[in-house]
Write a new protein. Structure first.
Length: 133
């Protein structure tokens, strides 16, 4: 079988186009395989922001009594549960009592964090939270 120059040039050009297509496809971002989808971003935008809505905010009970302040958010190593560290009592850091509370025990009502059933006395009776070294 005899190949002429025209056939060889066309075959080479086609092979280069196929190789270039594969290389370009590998560099293109794959939407949805990492990060979040557009739909997930819309849902996230309506959620609680730790920075904007939670950290440093006062915590109230259902009778509108301030029972503490959210000092930190802890995510367990299994990432199955998140806890808020609520600082209660104390003045200028003296005699402050930090307690871990599951995030699912809080509600946001009228832009306030509400912890139903919480009292200052109940918080003082809870075990104090200490960070691991």
């Amino acid at each position: 079988m005899k190949l002429d120059w025209k056939t060889l040039i066309v075959a080479t050009a086609l092979a280069l186009c196929l190789v270039a297509g594969v290389v370009l496809a590998q560099n293109a971002p794959v939407v949805g395989s990492i990060g979040v989808t557009v739909e997930e971003v819309k849902v996230l935008a309506t959620g609680w922001s730790i920075k904007k809505d939670i950290l440093g905010k006062d915590v109230f009970n259902e009778t509108n009594e301030k029972v503490g302040t959210i000092e930190d958010i802890i995510v367990t190593p299994e990432r199955g549960m998140s806890y808020a560290i609520v600082g209660a009592g104390g003045f200028l850091g003296m005699d402050k009592h930090d307690v871990p509370i599951p995030i699912n025990q809080f509600n946001i009502k009228d832009k306030r964090i509400v912890w139903f059933g919480a009292t200052k006395e109940a918080i003082k009776a809870m075990p104090t939270f200490h960070y691991a070294d």
